[in-house]
Design a binder for this molecule. Structure first.
Ligand SMILES: NC(=O)C1=CN([C@@H]2O[C@H](COP(=O)(O)OP(=O)(O)OC[C@H]3O[C@@H](n4cnc5c(N)ncnc54)[C@H](O)[C@@H]3O)[C@@H](O)[C@H]2O)C=CC1
Ligand SMILES: O=C(CO)COP(=O)(O)O
Length: 337
């Protein structure tokens, strides 16, 4: 029998645990704040991260990794990208070697430039690894609203099995083999959503927003492909799909962070925005590969306080004109629906 544990009792971890538990499975949710864990078990709510959502009885929160992971056959890792190495190491003594790991973070490790699967494989080389990504706000998923995401694993059978196991009436999981492609889309769209939010914060209008999504996607695709992603992956749910969602408005924390940047509002108390932690390393990965990524460059420069947001916009608009696409390029096939 499949037993699921979720590591990280924030918005996304709680939503995914609730989703599984609603489908009738007993799910352990591993948090690190004892008071919050007790509150979840007592009130069936996680008011800090998922206000207004009632959590199913079958969800059991704990701070004890042995209790959460002792019998788990599938473990979802749902903590911020920069914590993954440390979290994976802390889980090692409690994990069964056959336990399947599903990595749900969207980011790039700053110190190494690695995506989640490579970071976790360093620490837990024996466990089968998959990544889950795609357009999915925690609040939507927790409310049972229809959502479609991608789950990738190098082992196709593992991807198919996990996609089947994690799918439910409102949560549709598409299996995929391109792990790096799925990870690249998930990390880079966050950086671009900061730009979309900043443009909105400056009041630049919906046309500017559409330009950022479209030209941002060109950067996501150029850099993703240079990193080894398959072009069709970047056009799918975990690439273009998630870029569109995250640039769509204030339900996204990355967009909200960008909005505050554009309005010159304080940034310190804002919730996790993974793009803030990925921007400089995404810029480095692009530069090392000779990839032009002016929007990513602008976001990184703004975050480093090297450029005011208005100046960044002016410099993007002042770039030399060019052809929209390189017509010599052969376009990849469209995804299969
Ligand atoms: N919130 C969303 O709608 C979605 C989030 N994600 C991704 O999931 C990841 C987690 O995001 P959220 O749950 O939304 O963030 P969050 O900020 O709501 O929660 C993060 C959780 O990780 C825990 N945590 C932080 N540092 C830790 C450490 N060193 N060790 C153990 N636990 C630690 C926190 O206590 C908190 O419970 C991010 O990479 C995010 O991009 C992906 C899809 C949707
Ligand atoms: O990844 C997400 C949606 O797919 C969540 O986006 P934010 O982290 O910007 O809220």
């Amino acid at each position: 029998m499949s037993r699921t544990a979720v590591v990280g009792a924030g918005a996304w971890g709680t939503a995914l645990a609730a989703l599984r538990a609603r489908d009738g499975e007993r799910v352990h949710l591993l948090g690190r704040d004892a008071a919050m864990v007790a509150e979840i078990n007592r009130t069936r709510r996680n008011p800090r991260y998922l206000p207004g959502i009632e959590l199913p009885e079958a969800l059991a929160a704990t701070v004890d990794p042995a209790e959460a992971l002792g019998h788990a056959t599938t473990v979802l890792l749902v903590t911020p990208a920069q914590t993954l190495r440390e979290v994976a190491a802390s889980l090692a003594p409690h994990l069964a070697p056959a336990a399947r790991l599903v990595l749900c973070s969207k980011g790039i490790e700053r110190a190494t430039g690695l995506f989640a699967s490579a970071v976790v494989r360093d620490t837990l080389p024996d466990n089968p690894i998959a990544v889950l990504s795609g357009p999915s706000f925690a609040d939507d998923v927790a409310r049972g609203l229809p959502t479609a995401v991608t789950l990738a694993a190098e082992d196709e059978r593992l991807a198919d099995e996990l996609a089947q196991a994690l799918s439910g009436p409102s949560f549709r999981v598409y299996a995929h083999a391109d792990v790096l492609g799925v990870e690249a889309g998930g990390a880079l769209k966050n950086v671009l959503a900061l730009a979309a939010g900043a443009a909105a914060g400056l009041g630049l209008g919906a046309s500017a927003g559409a330009a950022i999504v479209t030209r941002g996607f060109v950067e996501l695709r150029r850099l993703g492909e240079a990193l080894g992603a398959r072009p069709e992956t970047l056009m799918g749910l975990s690439g273009l799909g998630d870029l569109v969602l995250t640039c769509s408005g204030t339900q996204s924390r990355n967009f909200r962070y960008g909005l505050a940047m554009g309005r010159s509002e304080p940034l310190d108390a804002l919730p996790l925005a993974e793009g803030v932690h990925s921007a400089a390393i995404a810029r480095r990965l692009a530069r090392e590969r000779g990839i032009e990524a002016p929007i990513i460059e602008a976001v990184a420069a703004i975050l480093e306080d090297r450029m005011p947001v208005r100046e960044a916009v002016a410099s993007l608009l002042a770039r030399p004109l060019r052809r929209e696409f390189d017509e010599r390029r052969i376009e990849p096939p469209l995804p299969v629906f």
